[in-house]
Design a protein. Structure first.
Length: 260
């Protein structure tokens, strides 16, 4: 039975409960590694169905591994900026390039074994053929080499890596500094109305190029303020405001309990 079908419960809770017992940032800890976002928050930011994201991070047969847990009996997964990046890459592989989840699951198991990393989509350079391939950097006596994750085929698909390069921007050291999630990314390679940056409001989803949380726009819009009024009030292009509002999934539950 699917993990989604056996979820213990979903319930409404206030912000104080949602954020209770989240781990504090340790001295010297990079912002992008601090687990700050719940599954519903991350799902809303990435415009992914919350049940789908829960399935990827559930304790039973998980595809991805969260950076933290919180709540009673550590029942709720918490995601860092890096976790969100990894989930978004999986989402793009599914929705834009139509890799099956069965294949992705097997590929990630293989990638973890070969890379000795819990987060190979982040820690290692990924190549995309008809199957995915892991680029292993030379370390010590080991030379650089490529490992096909699954049945190896000769056709290289540069669009996968190219899409990641447009939606996920890294700095000169290769560390991700900005993610541009977009509900319609499967068919739209250009629009970047919203973005995530670890050092901008702790990775809160904002209107690109500003510090305006999309959640604030959504709240004001739900309270009756028009996109035209919001655009004028914040000095932002009307089309960007409309796109930012369109990105959010109004039906996403606030808290989702995992199953161990």
């Amino acid at each position: 039975m699917s993990i989604v079908a056996t979820v213990a419960r979903i319930y409404e809770c206030d912000d104080e409960l949602m954020y209770k017992n989240k781990p504090a940032r340790k001295p010297g800890q990079a912002l992008d590694t601090v687990p700050l976002r719940t599954i519903p928050e991350a799902a809303q930011y990435l415009a992914i169905d919350a049940w789908t994201l829960l399935d990827w991070y559930s304790k039973r047969d998980a595809i991805l591994k969260p950076s933290g847990w919180y709540g009673e009996a550590q029942a709720f997964a918490l995601l860092s900026f890096r976790d969100i990046e990894e989930a978004y890459k999986v989402h793009l592989l599914r929705t834009k390039f139509h890799y099956s989840m069965q294949y992705i699951r097997k590929a990630l198991v293989h990638a973890r074994l070969e890379s000795k990393s819990d987060h190979p989509l982040i820690d290692e350079k990924m190549l995309a053929f008809d199957c995915l391939a892991l680029y292993m950097r030379g370390r010590g006596r080991r030379t650089s080499h490529v490992i096909a994750l699954g049945e190896q085929r000769p056709l290289y698909i540069p669009e996968v890596v190219d899409t990641w390069g447009k939606r996920i921007i890294a700095d000169s050291k290769g560390r991700t500094k900005q993610i541009f999630p977009w509900r319609f990314a499967a068919n739209d390679d250009v629009s970047r109305p919203v973005s995530l940056e670890p050092d901008v409001l702790s990775g809160t989803l904002v209107v690109t190029g500003t510090r305006i949380p999309v959640k604030v726009l959504q709240g004001r819009n739900q309270a009756g303020e028009s996109p035209e009024h919001l655009a004028k009030d914040y000095g932002v292009d009307l089309e960007i405001v409309k796109q930012a509002l369109a990105h959010f999934d109004q039906k996403t539950p606030r808290t989702v309990r995992s199953v161990s």
